[in-house]
Design a binder for this molecule. Structure first.
Ligand code: HPA
Length: 278
């Protein structure tokens, strides 16, 4: 079955489960950050396993369900967990949900992740708005036939992370005394963490944080001309920066500890989106 048909089928299935709900914002919740979806109102849960064409996530800490609901007066379709390139899927596969969101009428997507801090001023638990990215994953989700329904063959990647929305969220968080950094996210394929030499390279070429996700989804969203907000939770300083052993359980623990601030930042982002659409 073609990718386009699978996208159609997934979208039709999800639509049939939504009832009267009309989500306008998509939300991808990364490692340890899935709890935000538990706080949505009027929710409908749809396990990925039920959705035709959806991949089932294998990464620990990723619950593997869609949660549709409302928050701050905005209709949201949240993904509790995502698939990763390192699980062995192609990037066209792991980004299918983004295109399904677009089919469902969603035009803004908030993409979150747990990431390693490369910028020396960051500390564990810091939050960073993504201003740009470096695709060092070794692949690209748009490789293969172009899906003309979604976008053009050679989409620009110059202004992917919406500057206006970013500015609004930065202003709103500053007013509440929440510190939010801004920086460049660099994707490595994983699943092994980076070496100290790779982290020195990442810093040299302009990365502020590193991780194993987000970039494929952002590229597909940009191809479909969706508005993107990217948020990294810095769960650890990257390899070689501290004398510590990196582990996924630590990544999840730190992400969970940022919960309250993370929730507030997402709420403010939704408020900013709602304001703009007035
Ligand atoms: N590297 C890559 N991915 C990550 C890290 C890291 O240090 N921390 C959380 N996700």
């Amino acid at each position: 079955m073609s990718l386009s048909t699978r996208i159609e089928e997934s979208a039709a299935y999800i639509q049939s489960k939504l009832g009267g709900l009309l989500p306008t914002v998509g939300l991808i919740l990364g490692s340890g950050l899935g709890a935000y979806a538990d706080d949505l109102e009027d929710t409908v849960q749809i396990p990925y396993a039920e959705v035709p064409g959806f991949l089932v996530t294998t990464a620990p800490g990723h619950r593997g369900q869609l949660v549709a609901g409302r928050r701050a007066g905005v209709g949201v379709l949240a993904m509790q967990g995502r698939s990763h390139f390192y699980e062995g899927y192609g990037q066209g596969e792991i980004t299918l949900p983004v295109r399904v969101m677009k089919k469902l009428g969603i035009d803004t997507i908030i993409i979150t992740n747990a990431a390693g801090g490369v910028n020396e001023v960051f500390t564990e638990g810091a939050l960073m708005l993504i201003s740009d990215h470096i695709n060092f994953s070794g692949s690209n989700p748009l490789i293969g036939p172009n899906l003309e329904d979604f976008g053009t063959r050679f989409p620009a990647m110059t202004k992917v992370y919406d500057a206006t929305l970013r500015r609004r969220v930065l202003d709103m968080t500053r007013d509440e005394g929440i510190q939010l950094h801004e920086g460049v996210y660099m994707m490595f394929s994983g699943p092994g963490y980076e070496t100290p030499a790779e982290i020195r390279f990442a810093r040299t070429i302009g990365a502020d944080a590193v991780g194993m996700s987000t970039v494929p989804e952002v590229i597909v969203a940009a191809h479909a001309e969706m508005r993107v907000l990217g948020i990294s939770c810095i769960t650890n300083m990257a390899a070689g920066m501290r004398d510590e052993h990196l582990s996924h359980s630590e990544v999840e623990d730190v992400a969970k500890r940022t919960h309250l601030t993370f929730v507030r930042v997402l709420d403010l982002a939704l408020a900013a989106i709602k304001e703009e659409s007035r």
